[in-house]
Design a protein around this ligand. Structure first.
Ligand code: OSB
Ligand code: MG
Length: 369
């Protein structure tokens, strides 16, 4: 399949509510939407970088630059036999996984459409529905958090993840557990702690948490192994796992017992599937994390999340949780049992709302072979 034309489009999406983590408070999200043309078909992908380099070093602007000046020239006009080839084509560009992802995903959509298969099945996915977990940012008060958790449980979410940071941790977890003793609960620290906080982790270890996500350094797997050996709560790695090799190293070192897979963090769906397979071989369960994607990135997350070793609830949510309007039609909906249906139409299986894209576009650039 020869990629004939590529369009990059930066879009701006205000969040319904601010989302606060230990690293930032996000009120508006930008995405780079990638549209690719080949053989009379159109494929869609998304690079959901953040505006500031606070979660990882990439930003919306670095994605745009790296795609325009380095990645697009590597794929445009190329004859590609399989979307997995993009990993090799992109190898000379070190890192910049979020930038790579939008282009790679657009190719997967094209190939799945050419095969007449839903992307989920084209990737080897087996599930018809995926489980949604609710992710709640740092709020102004514990009372607000308890109210939000109750509302999330009413909507059907399968577990609750709360963001923590120094000053918003043990006390908050204590009060949440008091009110919700049976709640499937996990924490995400986004690298806000060090091994010097061992007493805090030992205290958190008594609260029957499903897991603690990325407690220590964003590129660390050594101290995480030391921490994991001292607590029984599973550690889940997010930021530290940027390649399939990192997944293997972390598992071999005992740095974690769960891995959060985000296709944009590892460079796309092919690498995400390799991480999934490595974890499956080692009996390490995975779940799909989010980057505040629009419905286009969500379609790719749902597709990869249909693979069998995605055994824990994902950070996937209905469109209306984040955005007043989404990029796809119909918007993503969650059933009252906290599950989301895997599309059955070819490719990403949802329509992109191109009129809306036009309205929320900040900049656009087209390339022809
Ligand atoms: O650490 O999982 C994270 C959003 C942006 C960057 C990093 C993270 C997140 C989330 C999103 O936690 C949660 C969600 O999609 O509901
Ligand atoms: Mg995380």
């Amino acid at each position: 399949m020869r990629i004939e034309q590529i369009q990059l489009r930066q879009i701006r999406m205000p969040l319904i509510e601010p989302f606060e983590t230990s690293f930032a408070r996000i009120t508006v999200k930008h995405q780079i939407v990638v549209k690719a043309w080949a053989e009379g078909l159109v494929g869609w992908g998304e690079s959901p970088a953040l505006d500031a380099p606070l979660y990882c070093y990439e930003t919306t602007e670095t994605c745009w630059h790296v795609q325009r000046d380095f990645l697009v020239p590597l794929v445009l006009g190329r004859d590609i036999d399989h979307p997995g080839e993009l990993v090799r084509l992109f190898t000379p560009v070190r890192g910049h996984n979020i930038a790579k992802t939008g282009l790679e995903q657009a190719c997967w959509d094209l190939f799945a459409k050419a095969a007449g298969q839903p992307l989920s099945r084209f990737l080897g996915g087996t599930k018809d529905r995926i489980q949604s977990g609710g992710s709640i940012g740092i709020l102004d008060s514990v009372e607000d958090l308890l109210t939000e958790i109750a509302s999330f449980l009413d909507q059907g979410y399968r577990r609750i993840k709360i963001k923590v940071k120094p000053g918003w941790d043990l006390d908050v977890v204590h009060k949440v557990r008091e009110q919700f003793p049976e709640l499937p609960l996990m924490l995400d620290a986004n690298s806000a702690y060090t091994l010097a906080d061992i007493d805090l982790f030992k205290a958190l270890d008594t609260y029957d948490l499903m897991m603690i996500e990325q407690p220590l350094g964003y590129d660390d797997i050594i101290d995480h192994a030391k921490l994991q050996s001292q607590i029984s709560t599973p550690i889940c790695l997010d930021e530290s796992i940027t390649t399939p090799e990192h997944a293997r190293w972390a598992i071999e070192l005992g740095s974690c017992r769960v891995i959060n897979i985000k296709p944009p963090r590892v460079g796309g769906l092919y690498q995400a599937r390799r991480v999934h397979d490595i974890c499956q071989e080692h009996d390490v369960p995975v779940w799909c994390g989010g980057m505040i994607e629009s419905g286009i990135g969500m379609a790719h997350n749902v597709a990869i999340g249909s693979l069998p070793n995605f055994r824990l609830p994902d950070d996937t949510c209905p469109s209306k949780r984040l955005f007043a309007v989404d990029t796809v039609l119909p918007p993503w909906e969650m059933d009252s049992d906290g599950t989301i249906g895997v599309p059955t139409k070819p490719g990403i299986g949802v329509e992109v709302d191109e009129d809306l894209l036009e309205q929320i576009t900040v900049s656009e650039h087209s390339f022809s072979a």
